[in-house]
Ligand binder design. Structure first.
Ligand code: MLT
Ligand code: MN
Ligand code: ZN
Length: 296
């Protein structure tokens, strides 16, 4: 199985268009690598690829890696797109994948309903782009040789769907994680997760590679960096640090490779010399980078 990180960043990317935090400034200056928005490609045979989340940057992402180039005059190596939620950073790229080429979109009924309610997604020709319903805990095969099992993780609905009665740690079809296997190796992809309960930790027990929500170092990082007031908790993203943070909660996973993905531009781990980067590396984690290739 081969994994290609198309975009390691969270929504907004690095640098973010309206931000001059230290990381965004350093990315603009070329001091640290830029990151496009949240997306990963996976393949069992190197020819047929599944794109996990279609980011607004997908056009540049597909250009950046030869594996994603068209194999023929008109066509794509992308067999399917699998969506883990309806966030803009995960669905807006579908609009770029118009132009009359066949592929399938796998998503829960709830996420498909968001696409159906927003008529702009009708630009994807129904005769060519199949919308496939997935069910929690029921495996499906989005490309030859790949078995994917979706499961609910604690999370909220997309920002643009937030109502008055908002459950920040809801369990259901709105935010899912994916277990991906080629029969030999197991990868988990969880770019958004509000907390790590014991059952989720147990679920990761068979992982060879874990790609996990690395949005924030600290819950109130936006306030600390002067970039906003929203906490990680309010955004539906677990922080790395703290007693309930991902580093502590996932520390028992010692046999798999652990990689943070969906990293917000404010996160101090993006600075190679920072104590925060040293701390995650000491805890056995690395951070994803655009165009990174991973073999679990
Ligand atoms: C998130 O991960 O919280 C979302 O991508 C936020 C957004 O829609 O901007
Ligand atoms: Mn996001
Ligand atoms: Zn920034």
């Amino acid at each position: 199985m081969k994994i290609l990180v198309l975009g390691a960043g969270a929504g907004g990317g690095l640098p973010q268009w309206n931000c001059r935090c230290r990381n965004c400034d350093d990315a603009r200056a070329g001091i640290i690598p830029s990151m496009t928005q949240s997306s990963v490609a996976v393949s069992a045979n190197g020819a047929d690829w599944v794109v996990l989340n279609a980011s607004p940057d997908i056009r540049a992402q597909l250009q950046a890696v030869p594996e994603m180039h068209p194999p023929s005059r008109r066509g794509t190596p992308i067999a399917s797109v699998v969506l883990t939620n309806a966030d803009i950073d995960h669905i807006a790229g579908l609009l770029t994948l118009r132009e009359k080429t066949a592929f399938s979109v796998y998503a829960t009924g709830e996420t498909h309903a968001v696409l159906a309610e927003n008529s702009v997604f009708g630009v994807l020709d129904n005769d060519l782009v199949q919308r496939m319903d997935i069910r929690l805990d029921q495996a499906f095969e989005p490309a030859p040789g790949l078995t994917v099992t979706p499961f609910a993780v604690p999370g909220k609905v997309a920002l643009f769907l937030e109502g008055d009665a908002l459950d920040l740690k809801a369990m259901g079809e709105q935010t899912i994680g994916l277990r991906i296997s080629d029969g030999a190796r197991v990868v988990y992809y969880v770019p958004g997760c509000a907390e790590v309960p014991d059952w989720l930790l147990a679920r990761f027990g068979d992982a060879d590679l874990l790609l996990f929500d690395g949005t924030l170092w600290e819950n109130d990082e936006m306030r600390q960096t002067g970039t906003g007031s929203k906490t990680g908790e309010r955004m539906g993203h677990i922080a790395m640090t703290g007693p309930q943070g991902s580093l502590a909660r996932l520390s028992a996973l010692t046999k798999c490779r652990k990689v943070f993905i969906h990293i917000n531009n404010t996160n101090p781990v993006l600075q190679p010399q920072s104590p925060e980067r040293a701390a995650i590396e000491k805890a056995g984690w690395t951070i994803a980078q655009d165009k990174m290739s991973l073999t679990p």
